[in-house]
Design a protein around this ligand. Structure first.
Ligand SMILES: Cc1ncc(COP(=O)(O)O)c(C=O)c1O
Length: 453
């Protein structure tokens, strides 16, 4: 990993210490892409290739990732904010080795030391009176349980979420997602879901009523285009929910664990939800784990029903031991403060770029190391991903708003790496606008026609 004073290099062909020779490496990459196309999804390979993202991750180290062909890239996608402690952080890897030596998943119905310790730690680091935990394996599952708990505890049906919000593509979570393309093919979904514009407290007030179990929202929309709501929005929502006896669920799956320069993004507004969902970075790039954290008052619903929600692999002993090490790394290495500092540097560099390209870069969004560049049209997202990859940066535009490029490096980045990111972004925008380096169009495919009836 580069030290602060070291020049940082990305892109180009960088020998990868323990990887194969370049001919073998190219073969490895080709084979992986071919098999992926054949057995998983050829269109995914095409889309990724067109955006310069046909990367086969090989060596992963701190804020960096290496393509199988040897290219070194600063990982600014980080699996949508899943690698806050960097890739394979040495202390997390060590904790995982130690855990593997003595643990396995554990019997999910039994009480476990690892689950208990991690639950206590989550109760300590989450704000206010959040103190009870249900573990899961991924973000969608954490949101599913949050919605179940809200409905079960309030005995009310309505769930209100936001347009362009993203909460995962599982059952209840999918019903709340704010993008039609994800939902419509699967209708009818769960009844009782409504969506309102994000950041508009009046719109929220018009639908949150006595039949509302919960309002579900991200403190900053991630997939929705790194959208920060107007100041005071979350507090206003909190008040509206309180007035109507509805619960507030904050989805901190992307914004949590220091990403925005506070442990949880809602702390910027001093708002405490009734239920908070966390996942992604809790697993430290090594294990899949999520948690729904809630108040003791809501836990009352689970007291007579301790088995009403279970997940065989949710909060496995192994994952809990690793997650505990992740939280310790964030604490001990001051990564929350680092995100705030490095975020300031990143945002000020991006604002300079926006000044240079006022027609194309319309806005710099985000907080801490969750940054977004709002570009002037949707096609620019994939084109900028492509050019960033040529400049040694792995970055992917927002899922629900492709005109927004997301830059979310690991919180372990040093100032030299942030400078590298700013320079690369500037160079990539320049190349994008000059039309340099775009991929060859895919050869037209023969369309297999349906036999005539
Ligand atoms: C805010 C938010 N909630 C939920 C999810 C879903 O998480 P998972 O993909 O682990 O189900 C995501 C994933 O990107 C997310 O960003």
């Amino acid at each position: 990993m580069a030290k602060d004073s070291e020049p940082v290099q990305g892109g180009g062909t960088v020998p990868v210490g323990d990887s194969a020779t370049s001919v073998e490496a190219v073969d490895t990459k080709k084979r992986a892409l071919e098999l992926f196309a054949r057995h998983i999804n050829p269109q995914k390979v095409r889309v990724m290739r067109a955006a310069g993202l046909d990367i086969i991750e090989s060596k992963r180290e701190g804020p960096w990732v290496y393509d199988a062909d040897g290219r070194k890239l600063l990982d600014c996608f980080t699996s949508a904010g899943s690698f806050n402690v960097g890739r394979r952080h040495p202390r997390v890897v060590k904790a995982m080795h130690e855990a593997v030596d003595r643990l396995d998943h554990g019997n999910f119905l039994l009480c476990s030391k690892e689950k208990a310790e991690l639950a206590a730690k989550l109760a300590q680091i989450t704000p206010g009176d959040l103190s009870c935990v249900m573990f899961g394996t991924g973000g969608g599952e954490a949101v599913d349980f949050a919605i179940k708990l809200a409905r079960g505890a309030t005995q009310r049906p309505k769930i209100v979420s936001t347009v362009n919000g993203y909460h995962g593509l599982t059952g209840f979570a999918l019903s709340a997602v704010g993008r039609d393309a994800y939902r419509l093919p699967f209708e009818p979904l769960m009844p009782g879901f409504e969506r309102v514009e994000f950041g508009d407290e009046k719109a929220a007030a018009s639908v949150i009523d006595g039949s509302t179990a919960a309002f579900l929202v991200e403190p900053i929309q991630g997939e929705g285009g790194v959208r920060v709501p107007p100041r005071g929005y979350l507090s206003a929502i909190r008040q509206i929910c309180d007035e109507q006896g509805a619960l507030l669920i904050l989805d901190e799956i992307q914004t949590g664990f220091g990403r925005t320069g506070r442990w949880f993004a809602s702390e910027h507004d001093g708002v405490v939800p009734d239920i908070m969902t966390v996942a992604k970075s809790l697993g430290g790039s090594m294990v899949s784990i999520s948690a729904t954290v809630f108040t003791e008052e809501l836990r009352e619903f689970l007291i007579p029903n301790p088995f009403i929600h279970v997940s065989t692999f949710g909060g496995s002993d192994l994952a809990c031991a690793v997650a505990m090490a992740v939280i310790e790394v964030i604490e001990e290495d001051g990564l929350v403060e680092r995100a705030a500092q490095m975020g300031e540097m990143l945002h000020s560099g991006l604002r300079e770029i926006a000044k240079e390209y006022p027609e194309e870069v319309l806005e710099v969004r985000g907080m801490g190391l969750m940054a977004g560049l709002k570009l002037s049209d949707d096609s620019m997202g994939p084109r900028l991903s492509f050019n960033l990859s040529n400049h040694g940066v792995l970055a992917i535009y927002s899922g629900n708003e492709p005109s927004v490029m997301r830059l979310m490096p690991s919180l372990v980045v040093k100032s030299a790496e942030v400078e590298f990111l700013i320079d690369s972004t500037s160079g990539a925008i320049k190349d994008m606008l000059s039309g340099k380096g775009m991929p060859e169009p895919e050869p037209s495919r023969r369309v297999r026609r349906r036999p005539a009836r």
